[in-house]
Write a protein that binds this ligand. Sequence first.
Ligand code: SF4
Length: 394
Amino acid sequence: MPEELLLSTPDLPSSLYIHVPFCVRKCLYCDFISYPYSSDGESEYLAGLEREMALWEKNVAGERWTLSTVFIGGGTPTCLSSGGLGEIITNVERHFNLAPDLEYTVEANPGTVHRAGLEALRRSGVNRLSLGAQACCSNTLRTLGRIHSHQQTVEAVRQAREAGFDNINLDLIFGVPGQTRAGWLGCLEKIIALRPEHISAYGLQLETGTPLCAMVDDGTLQPCDEDLQLDMYYAAIDTLQHAGFEHYEISNFARLGRECRHNLVYWHNGGYLGLGPAAHSRLDMRRLANEERLDNYLAVLAGGSLPIIRCEELSEQNDIFETVFLGLRLSTGLDLDSFRERFGVTLDQVYPELVARLSGANLLEINANHLRLTRRGLAVANTVMAEFVPFTKS
Ligand code: SF4
């Protein structure tokens, strides 16, 4: 596809995501794009990523992008060498302007961090650390195939604090085979005791093709009962709210003012640029997807082109659905005034009677002109959101 057409005067988004496609070892539940780390792979990837940044900069010549959020995720960014991760950060500064109030997040695995590396990150401007704690009990960590212990998570948080991080997220997973309600509650207490500013808690999804899914399919592991997983979810909401966290998105909890600004861009259906293999972007009314395989990604960049394999022009109907779908993920809900301003119509005009029907079933409610899921609706969020899919209604 001609890049001139693709890149014609995009409304430059101020959020950047960078995908690092390496991990020490694949976790048993993971279907993200990641490869075993090697120093040769790191060098090739870094060179490719720098080319990708340069190409984007060249294609929007005349205007430099100013970023207000950067998120380096993966994969495991901290399995790169300190110098390698530092090179990415330096190259971001070379090719983009950084806003003074930049939120700069790096994802880290507790098994791959050390004090000196964390200090270097903090010195280079990274101000938010997202640690994949996932669980506290060793059985659950083993079932997930994680490379670290809970004690390493405790150490990682301590070292991050010493390095100067005052904004730390801890990721958790519930509904793991063998996990009990009591074990989950105990884990939440241990995580709260670490005093993070932000916690993400996701129900385990058994992804087809992963070893964990295969072990459930062949009966080696018993899957978590659906009712138990739901019970764990509500227990997390109650426990974390009681501990002073705001439940601001379906799976995310934050201390006051510590919501993840980068992810809020996604949930408000805003624009962002994604770099690295398998990264996605939203630019104006286009969704772009990068080559998923590292070798293809590198080969296209070596030939001087952007590694984009898919460009989808969003219809207004799809844009509306995505805005509703993502807005309902937020606890404040979908801002109905902003919706009318963005699309020139009210939600009721687009979906006549649907909101009334779902509100009547106590799945949705309107509060301060925001449409949001009720506590009952949270349990069946995907079903409620599917009601807004275009073309499913006659
Ligand atoms: S560390 Fe994260 S990205 Fe890497 S294999 Fe595990 S879950 Fe997947």
